[in-house]
Design a protein around this ligand. Sequence first.
Ligand SMILES: [Zn+2]
Length: 203
Amino acid sequence: MAKLYFNYATMNAGKTTMLLQASYNYRERGMTTMLFVAGHYRKGDTGLISSRIGLEAEAEIFRDGDDLYARVAEHHEHTTVHCIFVDEAQFLEEEQVWQLARIADRLNIPVMCYGLRTDFQGKLFSGSRALLAIADDLREVRTICRCGRKATMVVRLGPDGKVAKQGEQVAIGKDVYVSLCRQHWEEEMGRAAPDDFIGFARN
Ligand SMILES: [Zn+2]
């Protein structure tokens, strides 16, 4: 049986590169993949998924209220689809995550989702919450904090270069995100006093 996968991480962990590489592997074998990406920052019906190391591919846009099961089922009727890839999966609605589960269960097509687990305030995104709840297979894509520990959190830097402590979950415009371990995230957010020993030898 096909499965619903959720590959989650913080920002800049290489999720998109993994997605594009995996899709390429299918296509290289003559198989068909469908790629989806969130429409939050995009206009039109197609979007480009591009990774920091230069890979890119065209993808369909998903927006709130879209029926992803119907779109895949229709495509699958005339062209057999071998795998579905969803980038920015944190922006999926809960109902859309269930639609993806049905694609795996009823159409027997594996669905690979890639996205952030939590926002800059340490709260789960809607899509991530649903995926963590019902995906068959959860995989953490690792990246590291400046101190070398695993980064599990993200802070958002505003235009002034300062860490945003409040605001909308989805920022309008180009903010910069930095991945941190939980301890340094709490320090950057002003929730815990900085520990001078972090990253240095302790005597
Ligand atoms: Zn750290």
